[in-house]
Every structure is written in C-alpha cells, then in structure tokens.
Design a binder for this molecule. Structure first.
Ligand code: DGT
Ligand code: CA
Ligand code: CA
Ligand code: ZN
Length: 583
C-alpha cells in the first residue's frame, strides 16, 4: 500500500537532493507538492491505481510534471529521475539532514568535499576534525554535528503516531473482518498513543492461529513478509513494520496487557504482583502462594485471570489503567488507591483556540474554517493567525493594523455564524520571552496565543526563564507549542516543566498541547508535571486548513498521557468560564 506519506517522502528526498546539488527553484516546488500530498484526505495512490487522474489535478502545487512522477511511482514503485539523482549523489540525505543545523546544501557540500554519504561517514569526518577545515565551516559546526548525531540516529527509525495510527486502524478493520478472529486489538506503543512508533503491534484472539497468520500475511496492503510462524508474523506495509500475535481467547487479556507495555509499567506491575504472592505474564495471572518453584512453568499455580485485561488488573486489586498512563509514573499506586484520573475524552472538547486562515499561512478563509468548526459541533472557535515577528517569514505575519482589520472581519463572520468565534492572534515569543503587540491590538483581541518560532537552541535554564517570562505576561492567554520541537526533525527547547507549570498556574496562562502530529508539544510527562502544579492546558490543532481540525484526536490522547482531566483543559469549559479565563 503506497501511502500519501510515502509519496510525500519521495518528493522531499527529491527536493533535498536537488538542493544538495545547488539546483534552485525546483526544490521549493517539490516541497510544496510533498506537503499537499501528505495532507490530502484520501489515499492518492489507490485512486491513481484505479485510473483516476483527476485526483492529481486537484492537488495544489501538483502540475503535469509532478503528476507524471506520481503516476510513475504508483505504477512502477520508483521514479527514474530520482534514481538517477541518487546515483549521482549517493547521500543518505534524510538521515544527515536530521541533524539540526545541517541542511541539504551542507550535506551536498560535505559529500563533494569529504565524500560523506552516511551518518557514520559524517561522524568519522567530524571526529577526525576534517569538517572544520572545509570552507564555510568551523569548529562550532563540527562540535554541533557531534553533539546532535545521537539524536539524528535514534529518531530516524521511528514513525509519527499520526502516520502509523491510521495504518493500525486499517489492520484492525481487516482482522475484524476475518471469520476466525474472535477479538483483536492494537497493542504496544500505538495503543499507548506514544508520539512516535517503532512498529505497530496487533493482537488477535482465535482458535485457528495458523489461518489468521496466513490471512494476515496475504492482506492486500502487505508489501513484504518479514517473518511468519504459527503464533506470530511480521510484515512491512509501506514504511511501517506490523507485528501480529495470535493467542487463544482465554489468554487474550493477559497477552494484551503484556504486549501493550510499556516495559517499565510491566516490570513495575509484575513486581507488584510478586509482592502479593502472584505471578503475572502474557498467559495470565496466577496465584503461586502454594507453589515452591514459580519458574518451573509459565502457566503454574491457580490461574485467576487472563481472559480480559481488566480482569488482570482486578486480580491485583487494581482499577483498570488506561494505556496512555502505562509509563510507570505513579499509575499503579493511583489505581491501587482508586485515584486514577477521569481522563479527558474527545467529546469533552468544545472548541479549538489556535487555527490559521489565508490571512497568514492558512489555505482558506475565516468563513470556511468557522464553518468546518461548526460542522464538528464545536461551541466556539478561535482564529489565531501569525503576527509578524522573529521566526515568522517576512510578509507572512500580520502587522498591528492588519490584525485590527482582521478582527473586524472575524467579528463580521462571527455575527453570521452558529458558533461563537473568538478573535485571536499567534504572537511570537522572542528570545527574551517578550511579545510585540500594541495595547490597542491586545485590547481588541479575545485570545492571545504566544509561541516560540526562533532561538530554539537556548540552554535549558535560559529557555525556562524565557518561557516563564512569557506566561507571566498578563496579555498572553495560551503559550503555544512551548518547546517548538518538530518530531524527528528538531528537538526544540529543553525546559523545566514543573517551573513553567507553577508560573503558568500563578498567572492564569494555559499551556498548549499542540495536536499537530509533527509537534505534540507539550507531551505526556510535561503535561503531567504542569497539571501537578495547578496549571491548565489548551488542546489546539494549530490547523492551517479545515481537514486538520481532525488533529484533535492526537492532542486529546497526548493530554491523556499527561493525566489531563476535562477540568484541566480550558477548551472543554463552557463559553462563559472560558471568556472569564481569557479576560
Ligand atoms: P515501539 O515499538 O518501539 O514504539 O515500542 P513498543 O512499546 O510497542 O515495544 P515493542 O514493539 O518492542 O513491544 C511491544 C510490547 O511488548 C512492549 O510495549 C511491552 C512488551 N514487551 C516486549 N518485550 C518485552 C520485555 O522484554 N519485557 C517486558 N516486560 N515486556 C516486553
Ligand atoms: Ca511496537
Ligand atoms: Ca513489536
Ligand atoms: Zn499556529
């Protein structure tokens, strides 16, 4: 199955290699095409394979030349021109450019000057001190490369939740349709909604494991079979690895508990069981108090649970723990005390407070965004286009007079809308933690989101001071994507989430969980630390087009990983309470 993400990745690679080759203009066109292909709501390859060419005509930035390449890719699995470029520049460009501060141009230069093709080559060159001698480079660049190599290595192998989860949903739907499958569920990091995924784990309960394995590996979306046996199989689908386990129905609950992880949670849970005379594994929960050698067999003693996952926790006297909480950060004690949080749910969300329109870099009008929000059943909706400032591309952000003009337009749209429309802005937090908006503008707006878009390499102490300074600012309502990280691309600011949470709580500023699957910023542990300090959260999509209002799904589960309850999240509140907070 060729996914939109996979097609997009080819064009991004194309753009990178062209840029490494110092080609002008074309890379930008390919990047734009990649972005729109990635964002396209339906699977392009399926439609192209079915002979539909119109789908391509309607994608922004995809003209005849790029269309032809997409068709070629869908039909042959390759793109001739890209293959030629790769032969000419045999660089692992996606890996190398994952290093912060190393772009395609730098990668091209390092290849021409030093023959660097891989991350290993780059490490060797940096360690030998060869990079600082290349014209335009210096000791600082070399040190930066060495410092960031580790990050680039580890992140490269993980997929974004937002890309892997839809595939997992498809796998589940397929398995559910098989007659021999009695129950099935995703497991592993994907069930815990971790922001990046190593591989997709799925579990099926059946009396006929071999038949299910056989049907799984012959699923039409499977590109390669990696391995298969009577109880499990692994396949490659696009860029993802999918692991299937089959178990008998009586052991489904214990297997689901075990394969959901996390490892840390499982270790803590197993120790908790041992302390109570019980043995816990993927086959069940066993009372081994009367058994001499607990290790003699995996299935030993009196089996007291295993058919359902809730039964496994119940056997230990614990409430069932939602997968998002299974990180060994206090969830077992809370479950024992009956004090697990009542987590935020998707339906609790009553509006989105950080979205963009064509007034800055969004792709559509205020009306179209508001209409899409109303269609989702929201009660209120905030437009927060970019203000001009550090980190915002020249001309894209709004100057103060333009903001006032947009506020008037937002009010006009709001008057005709079925939902409450809030006039907002996304201001830029500069390196010192300040924003630059006039008093007039601040007074005219309902909601001020302020985000960092520049100076993202500060040390943790400076960054914490900067973000604390921002949340102390009475004008700022929401601190947008606090770290500025881009998953698999840049690590963003490191900061003390407890200190930031305490300051945010003191100054009534909400911290954002940005739901864009490339960001998920804040993330679970930071949300948990901030909420512990009494801070509140805003779960926003930062949408630049109507379709991505759907990103709320990722943000809600990320907030759940941070133990967020509805009351902790300002955009679950009624309009009056929200307005009171924003005031
Ligand atoms: P990933 O795939 O890297 O995103 O992370 P996971 O958590 O999905 O890890 P994976 O796919 O290696 O294994 C799936 C689950 O199986 C994992 O969350 C917990 C369980 N598991 C695997 N190996 C072990 C182990 O050695 N000990 C324990 N306690 N659990 C394990
Ligand atoms: Ca996994
Ligand atoms: Ca796995
Ligand atoms: Zn934004």
């Amino acid at each position: 199955m060729t996914t939109n993400a996979e097609i997009a990745a080819r064009f991004e690679e194309f753009a990178d290699l062209l840029e490494a080759d110092d080609v002008e203009y074309k890379p930008r066109a390919y990047r734009r095409a990649a972005e729109n292909v990635r964002a396209h709501p339906s699977p392009i390859a399926d439609r192209v394979a079915a002979g539909d060419r119109e789908v391509l005509e309607n994608i922004d930035g995809v003209g005849d030349a790029i269309s032809a390449k997409i068709v070629e890719y869908v039909e042959t699995g390759g793109i001739e021109e890209l293959a030629e470029l790769r032969a000419e520049l045999p660089i692992d460009i996606a890996d190398i450019t994952r290093i912060e501060g190393v772009g395609p141009k730098t990668a091209g230069k390092l290849y021409r000057e030093l023959g660097v093709e891989t991350l290993d080559d780059l490490e060797d060159a940096a360690e030998a001190g060869e990079i600082q001698d290349v014209k335009g480079f210096g000791p600082k660049t070399e040190a930066n490369i060495l410092e960031n190599l580790e990050f680039a290595r580890t992140v490269g192998q993980r997929q974004l939740l937002g890309e892997a989860r839809p595939l997992a949903d498809d796998v589940l739907a397929y398995l559910e349709g098989l007659e021999a499958v009695e129950r099935c569920e995703v497991a592993g990091s994907i069930r815990r909604w971790r922001e990046t995924i190593g591989d997709v784990d799925v579990l099926a309960a059946t009396e006929d494991g071999e038949a299910v394995v056989e049907q799984f590996v012959s699923w039409e979306s499977v590109d390669d079979e990696i391995e298969s046996g009577p109880e499990k199989a692994s396949v490659r689908v696009g860029e993802s690895r999918v692991d299937l386990r089959v178990v008998v129905p009586a052991e489904f609950g214990s297997a689901l508990q075990y394969f959901t992880g996390s490892k840390d949670h499982n270790v803590a849970l197993r120790n908790y069981a041992i302390d109570r005379g019980m043995k816990l594994n993927e086959y069940g929960a066993f009372d081994v108090s009367g058994v001499e050698d607990h290790e003699a067999d995996q299935r030993i003693g009196d089996r007291i649970a295993g058919e359902t996952e809730a039964g496994m926790y119940e056997a230990l006297g614990l409430d069932w723990i939602p997968p998002e909480l299974r990180t060994d950060r206090g969830e077992i004690d809370a479950a024992a005390a009956g004090e697990l949080p009542t987590l935020l749910e998707r339906d609790d969300i009553r509006g989105d407070l950080h979205t963009h329109t064509e007034w800055s870099d969004g792709n559509t009008s205020i009306e179209a965004m508001v209409e899409a929000a109303a269609d989702r059943g929201y009660d209120y909706f905030g437009i927060a286009d970019h203000a001009e400032g550090p980190g915002v591309v020249g001309g894209m952000g709004l100057a103060d007079d333009e903001i006032l003009e947009q506020v008037a337009e937002i009010r006009a749209v709001g008057d005709d809308a079925d939902i409450e429309v809030l006039a907002g802005i996304e201001a830029n937090v500069d390196a010192a933690g300040e924003i630059d908006l006039s008093e007039d503008v601040i007074d005219a707006l309902d909601v001020i989101v302020a985000s960092t878009h520049s100076a993202l390499s500060q040390d943790a102490e400076t960054a914490t001071e900067r973000l604390v300074r921002a949340v102390e600012n009475p004008a700022i309502d929401v601190l947008g994507h606090p770290s500025g990280r881009l998953l698999n691309e840049r690590s963003g600011l490191e900061f003390d989430a407890t200190a930031l949470g305490a300051a945010a709580a003191d100054h009534d500023t909400a911290l954002e969980v940005n739901s864009n699957p490339r960001r998920l910023d804040l993330w679970g542990s930071a949300v948990q630390a901030a909420i512990d300090e009494g801070a509140v959260i805003a779960v926003n999509t930062d949408s630049h087009r109507p379709a991505t209002l759907e990103y709320m799904r990722w943000g809600v589960h990320t907030a759940r990983r941070g133990w967020a309850e509805p009351a902790d999240v300002i955009n679950t509140w009624g309009l009056a309470a929200l307005r009171e907070f924003l005031h």
